[in-house]
Design a protein. Structure first.
Length: 168
């Protein structure tokens, strides 16, 4: 009985079994790194992911601060909880268009932001991507270089560009 059900699902897979779901990895981290430690994750954050009124997933962060957000369609909502009540809400969206070139400030900012580095809330979308090399972007570049054991010079040369692209 189970085998016939599975074969029927496989036979009709194109017609009925298509899922539009992506998993986005989000790290909640202390920034800059804690002195004398490589551990930056924020542990024991309670969270839940919703797609409107439905809770898709919930959990608590481990030592690395990782939350894997399942996004059905093109967006989901991530909520951080305190005693079961939301205290912070984040809109998690799937980007389908290409990133700007890694040789542009916007491209570097977009990659740093996607990797969880703090670049502020400037720009049209208030996400920190504004094409300007300000102090927050400069600090994020330094943090990224330190985290990836690169020369910490604030310049986004070929090694830093390669490391950024390797992470995305």
């Amino acid at each position: 009985m189970i085998l016939s059900s599975i074969s029927r699902l496989i036979a009709d897979a194109l017609a009925h079994n298509t899922l539009n779901s992506n998993t986005v990895r989000i790290y909640f981290q202390k920034s800059p790194a804690k002195p004398n430690s490589d551990q930056r994750g924020i542990e024991k954050l309670d969270w839940q992911v919703t797609d409107g009124a439905n809770v898709i997933a919930k959990g608590t962060t481990a030592a690395d601060g990782l939350i894997e957000v399942e996004v059905r369609g093109d967006s989901a909502t991530l909520q951080l909880l305190s005693q079961g009540a939301p205290v912070a809400t984040y809109d998690v969206r799937i980007r389908t268009d290409a990133l700007e070139a890694n040789t542009t400030i916007e491209g570097v900012q977009r990659r740093l932001r996607a990797l969880g580095y703090q670049i502020g809330n400037a720009g049209d979308d208030k996400n920190g991507v504004d094409g300007k090399l300000g102090s927050r972007t400069d600090r994020a570049i330094h943090d990224f270089q330190a985290d990836h054991k690169l020369v910490i010079d604030g310049n986004v040369g070929s090694k830093t560009q390669g490391a950024l692209d390797g992470e995305i």
